[in-house]
Ligand binder design. Structure first.
Ligand SMILES: Nc1nc2c(c(=O)[nH]1)N[C@H]1C(S)=C(S)[C@@H](COP(=O)(O)OP(=O)(O)OC[C@H]3O[C@@H](n4cnc5c(N)ncnc54)[C@H](O)[C@@H]3O)O[C@H]1N2
Ligand code: MOO
Ligand SMILES: [Mg+2]
Length: 607
């Protein structure tokens, strides 16, 4: 469906007369942008509590066919001058009372005073008009109560049958999950998923996921870490003129050493007099970065000169002695000596660093084409989970995975959105996944992927979303039950990483699988994180599974030495506090004995 086009009309005498600042209008714009990122806000306006002026604004906006929704804020109360509902009623073709009813009834859960609203909603031409309260809190809360039905409402007003059909399918899809857990006595006693190696799992991810072909234009200031989708050429040479490398004097080498007349001063940014090239025995006082005047072919640094005569007030140098005979072109950066005009300076496929951004700024290129990134949603699962700010109830723990993973992703430059906490029952898992799949391309869940009767992610993905589970177990410690699946949701390929619930397992598998997958999806050349050799500072025991051990690397003479941060159990989230690397200790099946102090293994740097 085409993005929704909004108008926001603030109705207030005091805001109109500028006695008060309009806060509700801007707040509603913020709410619109947050809930409908691709929507456009066609117009905003402030009118006084005058029925005719409100009517005129609504009529003007709804007659042009450019606005789908007009939100009004203010003038819905019992005061004598509150006339927004009357103005709205006077111009609409049809009422849509359900919207106002929803606002009032849901508002009553917040404050009893919501019953005092007289707000009206209705349709004029092809525009839906909704009255919202005047307070910032009331306006934003009320918008929150109806925002979920707006898309569907607009589709109806536009008579967009395709969207309506699709929305109805959504609603059907939200029927209870097909997964039944009452016969759990007969559940699998062994995992049906083969335990594959990490590199096989990674190869499978790269094989199943497409690389980005769609690009978007971004401002260079927002392009850090993005993958460039165009070759960048220089329009102009750099430097654009012959520039001095030193503070000193622009001279003619043919004059050699000796006393010279100082003709004038050329500072950085000055344009030298091109009509009068430098004469013999003349020099020009010049700053670093200033253009070298015509006729000069070298710069002599001030350290190699002596003042011979100054003006009587000391403000100007008249005669200066050049002590050392200059060499041709010394201390001059010739035009184009760093970048030539039309040169290919940055290549398509590069990951943009601060250095690239500096070059782009130099070239005057303010926007660049980069590959589109997937939108990422994060779901925690577990009946035991509470939000970090909550007092712990018996048998509960706080959800640490959500914030740890959001920020781990951020550390690798990816932004993800919080898609809530699902309970360990099929309906709740289905609901959370459904809403995440509707909004995001890559969904990361934590918890619920192992062997327990309440580990439901894999079943719900298969049964309710017809997902293909490409792998459901990996030969690694921690992270064994890591699950990778794809599904088709409304014609789009969606990617699901079902990560183990144990906090360390979730973080390690994000580093090993999710970051490379995200990089692959955005066409990055560097997918997996590089491993570097490190020297063991102590003995490390071996496990049947290849183990990713949190270690502290200490820099010594040309080597990094690894020490364990202690207990490596996958629930111990604080083991990340002193760790700066993940070191791979190969499986006992490959290397039966412990690794000794001085042995060399490979590690991924964490920070
Ligand atoms: N019979 C078996 N049991 C288990 C196996 C197995 O192979 N056979 N594998 C173990 C391994 S290895 C792991 S890892 C865990 C993975 O468990 P799940 O992914 O099913 O996760 P949960 O059971 O939901 O939770 C595990 C653990 O993590 C805590 N948790 C969950 N979510 C969060 C969160 N958001 N923040 C903080 N902590 C969280 C949860 O309370 C549990 O303690 O399974 C083993 N079992
Ligand atoms: O794989 Mo689990 O992550 O060993 O604890
Ligand atoms: Mg479990």
């Amino acid at each position: 469906m085409k993005p929704i086009r909004f108008g926001v009309l603030t109705v207030s005498d005091t805001c109109f007369s500028k006695q008060n600042q309009d806060l509700s209008g801007p707040k509603l714009q913020e709410c619109i942008r947050a809930s409908f990122p691709d929507a456009s806000i066609i117009a905003t306006r402030i009118v006084p509590d005058e029925k005719e002026m409100i009517k005129n604004a609504l009529l003007e906006w709804s007659s042009q066919g450019v606005m789908d929704v007009i939100l009004t804020t203010g003038g819905t109360g019992f005061a004598q001058r509150d006339v927004t509902p009357e103005a709205t009623k006077a111009i609409i073709d049809k009422e849509a009372p359900g919207l106002s009813y929803a606002i009032i009834s849901k508002g009553m859960a917040v404050t009893e005073l919501a019953v005092l609203s007289r707000a009206v909603s209705g349709i004029k031409n092809k525009t839906l008009i909704i009255n919202l309260p005047g307070s910032v809190k009331g306006a934003s809360e009320s918008f929150g109560f109806i925002k979920n039905v707006l898309k569907h409402a607009v589709a109806h007003v536009r008579e967009d049958r395709e969207t309506i059909k699709c929305d109805h399918k959504h609603i059907r899809d939200l029927s209870p999950s097909k997964v039944k857990i009452h016969q759990s006595a007969y559940r699998n006693r062994n995992s049906p998923y083969p335990q594959i190696d990490v590199d096989v799992a990674l190869a499978m991810i790269f094989e199943k996921l497409p690389i980005a072909s769609v690009t978007e234009c971004v401002d260079i200031s927002k392009s850090l870490c993005r993958i460039l989708a165009e070759d960048v050429y220089a329009k102009e040479p750099m430097p654009p003129f012959n520039a001095s490398i030193k503070d000193g004097y622009a001279v003619k080498t043919s004059d050699g050493a000796g006393v010279r007349k100082v003709r004038n001063v050329v500072a950085a940014g000055d344009v030298p007099d091109s009509a009068r090239p430098l004469d013999d025995d003349e020099i020009v006082s010049i700053s670093t970065g200033a253009p070298v005047p015509q006729g000069a072919d070298a710069v002599v640094q001030i350290e190699d000169t002596v003042l011979v005569q100054a003006s009587s007030d000391g403000s100007r140098e008249l005669l200066v002695e050049i002590k050392v005979a200059p060499k041709l072109y010394q201390d001059i950066r010739p035009v184009g000596s760093e970048i030539t005009a039309n040169e290919l300076v940055i290549h398509k496929g590069d990951a943009i660093t601060f250095g690239h951004i500096g070059v782009l700024a130099t070239l005057g290129k303010v926007n660049v084409q980069v590959y589109k990134r997937p939108q990422i949603g994060l779901i925690s699962t577990g009946n035991e989970l509470q939000a970090p700010h909550e007092e712990l109830k018996p048998s509960h723990i706080r959800d640490s995975n959500k914030l740890a993973l959001l920020n781990l992703l951020r550390q690798y430059s990816y932004e993800a959105s919080d898609c809530g906490i699902a309970k360990d029952n099929p309906d709740s898992v289905k609901k959370a996944l459904h809403s995440a799949l509707a909004h995001y391309d890559v969904i990361i869940t934590t918890g619920g992927v192992s062997m327990g009767e309440f580990d439901l992610i894999k079943n719900v993905l298969e049964e309710d979303f017809n997902a293909t589970i490409h792998f459901g177990r990996v030969n690694m410690k921690p992270g064994k039950p890591t699950t990778f699946a794809t599904c088709n949701f409304e014609g789009k390929l969606k990617v699901i990483f079902g990560l183990p619930g144990n906090p360390v397992s979730a973080m390690v598998t994000t580093i090993l699988f999710v970051i490379p997958a995200l990089r692959h999806l955005e066409n990055s050349k560097q997918k997996s994180l590089p491993m570097i050799p490190v020297v063991l500072g102590e003995q490390f025991t071996v496990d049947p599974r290849p183990e990713y051990v949190r270690v502290r690397l200490e820099a010594g003479d040309n080597v990094l030495t690894a020490y364990s941060v202690g207990n490596q159990i996958s629930s111990k989230i604080n083991s990340f506090i002193n760790a700066n690397a993940l070191m791979l200790v190969p499986s006992k099946l490959v290397h039966p004995n412990s690794f000794k102090k001085g042995d060399i293994l490979n590690a991924i740097m964490l920070n």
